[in-house]
Design a protein around this ligand. Sequence first.
Ligand code: ADP
Ligand code: MG
Ligand code: MG
Length: 503
Amino acid sequence: LKIGSFNHGRVPGEMEIQKGIAAAQKPIVDFHGIDEGLIQKIVYDALVWSSLHGLVVGDRNVQRSGKLPGLGMVHAPIALLPTPFPESHWKQACELAPIFNELVDRVSLDGKFLQDSLARTKTADAFTSRLLDIHSKMLEMSKKEEIRLGLHRSDYMLDEKTKLLLQIELNTISSSFAGLGCLVTDLHRTLLDDYGEELGLDSKMIPGNTARLQFAEALAKAWAEYNNPRWAVVMVVVQTEERNIFDPDLTWHCIPYLGFTYNVRSIRKTLAEIDSEGQLLPDGTLAVGGQAVAVIYFRAGYTPADYPSESEWSARLLMEQSSAIKCPSISYHLAGTKKIQQELAKPNVLERFLDNKDDIAKLRKCFAGLWSLVDLDIIKEAIEKPELFVMKPQREGGGNNIYGGDVKETLLRLQKEGSGEDGAYILMQRIFPAASLTYLIRDGICHKDHAISELGVYGAYLRNKENVIMNDQCGYLMRTKVSSSNEGGVAAGFAVLDSIYLT
Ligand code: ADP
Ligand code: MG
Ligand code: MG
């Protein structure tokens, strides 16, 4: 009976021991037992707190909300209370962050590995093919990125049967919710400070989350490394419409809190604007609207929809050719594709990039089964038992994967057509996390449902030539979704933002 784990420093009373027994048996909070009136009170407080602290997104129902800040805001979709998560797995996920940071950096330097691994994908997937074209051009130019900045998020699920923490994917471009995720942690801590005693929960068991501050610090440090006398800016590349409108700003607005060391200014530009206003100066400097750019922080450019015309592609190429620090560079972007994730999981591939045997073992332990579609035995198995697999194209942003019966149907179709389209996909072992009862709030409405969670851990990496300036784990993002839903994106409408309660 681990009463101590949620009643710090006090002798528990009779009621608390009762709660302790319930907690030790499994769910940390018995959501069946919470009084409905109390829930309504907490929901109300959560909504007030969200509005007052900027835990908001643009409301889909208000047309202009995606274009202008401050119009038609609605609270972000959230879990009412933090979700229990084992401390040992939490520590494991944190430990992996700097190792993945280093891995991405090493892989990014092996242009041939990236091109060869993605060669079959290139013929089947026009979007990845365009990214590879830019990458090829940089290889031809022998372009060197001496200052390299990565802001990543590695996502995991805890497989119920094996109790293994398994990686879902590694995001190297536009790793979102570092801003809003920190606010959810603050919200949950506040709610437990107020209602913890009634709920039998202790706010101290929610780990602190400084993702946005650390991301801001990485951006500012990168800017300082660039060391441009012309007061170069940090340019945030944004989508033309973005309902998660404040997430990059929440990160960005932390910079003043870093003290007076950094006097950094930022601009926001769409890819189309960069194409029309951008130019490459003879010394390689990128100037946009007449301003020199030191760091480019991509919050767009990861999905085909961000490139509606040739303009956007020429903007991407222009930026890549410049001396600005790109977060991510084209090779960091490609290193984060699902195809590369699958290639890295093959035997003896990690050994090509990392020297430390312990690090390699730690990474391998979190790899789920990953296969390319040239593996005929796996295709046969996936057609027979499609519910045990997820089929993934080279896409980001949620809502693109294939599940269940559709896996079988798609594999049969690809086999019949034999057109090489299979090169666009990878197959992955489906991970089944334990479901637990959760309160989810979306659009002001709170409902109770069985839900599963995905933990993302942020990492920041900054390097100038041989000098590693930052290689840190930076806070986390918990996302929770009803267990009947396959996909998980918050912006895509499947999941809610959450935090963790260590058990
Ligand atoms: P994206 O880059 O679009 O976010 P992901 O690989 O993260 O792609 O997949 C999207 C969602 O699909 C995840 O958030 C998760 O909910 C679900 N998912 C992905 N892979 C698996 C898997 N192997 N097992 C179970 N669910 C998965
Ligand atoms: Mg992704
Ligand atoms: Mg994802």
